[in-house]
Design a protein. Structure first.
Length: 237
């Protein structure tokens, strides 16, 4: 065995003398140091970086490409493959039935589902939208979202709580405005009444209503237009 070690050292030193790539030189140097430290006659002490499998990997030096060339035997050694698992995509059903109410502070949305686990709720809020996903409710997954709310909310103060027979979503209003709907709807401008359509003895009162309409917000414009229409058709049956 000592003779074999000596021959290996001679071969490795020769390879080191012709090697040019740093990592190859380091590789060979490590093998030389290991063999030099091995007690003579100890046939079980060899452990070099080349022992990547149960037996040494045969290789030769490819001088043309300045690289290590594996033999055909080494090229066919099995390569370990890590096992991976795939999580199937969740299937969601859209929640179309819900109730809601409001006050000056917030809007509450009620989703009527029994047995919802708080740990299986995923919710997200932004100033103008929210979404919620309910996982594993009697074997089903549900989702519900409003991508554009009627008015803005305060995301950091919104919350979701569960009760035995329902889920309650609380949206905290950014302002105390009254919501006509949960979803944003583009408001069409109300047609301006024709104040001068016919003579009216209550011209002073109509002038006040005209100013209220021109200077008011959309809600005021709707109120004035409705009052004017009712007054007009009330006088002319």
């Amino acid at each position: 065995m000592a003779d074999e070690v000596a021959l290996d050292l001679v071969e490795l030193r020769h390879l080191k003398s012709i090697a040019t790539r740093p990592h190859i030189i380091n590789f060979i140097s490590s093998a030389i140091r290991t063999l030099e430290k091995m007690p003579q006659g100890d046939a079980t002490a060899v452990s070099t970086p080349a022992l990547l499998h149960d037996k040494p990997v045969p290789f030769s030096w490819d001088q043309d490409n300045d690289n290590v060339k594996l033999s055909n035997e080494a090229a066919t050694l099995p390569i370990p493959i890590l096992a991976t698992t795939c999580t199937p995509a969740r299937h969601y059903e859209m929640l179309g039935s819900f109730g809601w109410e409001q006050n000056n502070i917030d809007v509450k949305i009620y989703i009527y589902l029994k047995g919802v686990d708080p740990e299986n709720i995923e919710a997200g809020f932004s100033p103008s939208s929210f979404h919620i996903k309910l996982h594993d409710v009697e074997g089903k997954n549900y989702k519900f979202a409003i991508p554009e709310l009627y008015k803005e909310i305060v995301p950091g103060r919104c919350r979701v709580i569960t009760k035995p027979e329902k889920v309650v979503i609380t949206l905290v209003k950014a302002s105390r405005d009254y919501w006509l709907d949960l979803k944003f709807k583009e408001e069409r401008p109300m047609p301006m009444p024709n104040w001068d359509e016919e003579p009216d003895p209550l011209a002073g009162f109509m002038g006040i209503m005209k100013n209220m309409y021109e200077e008011g917000d959309p809600e005021m414009k709707r109120t004035v237009a409705k009052a004017w229409t009712e007054a007009k058709f009330g006088r002319n049956p």
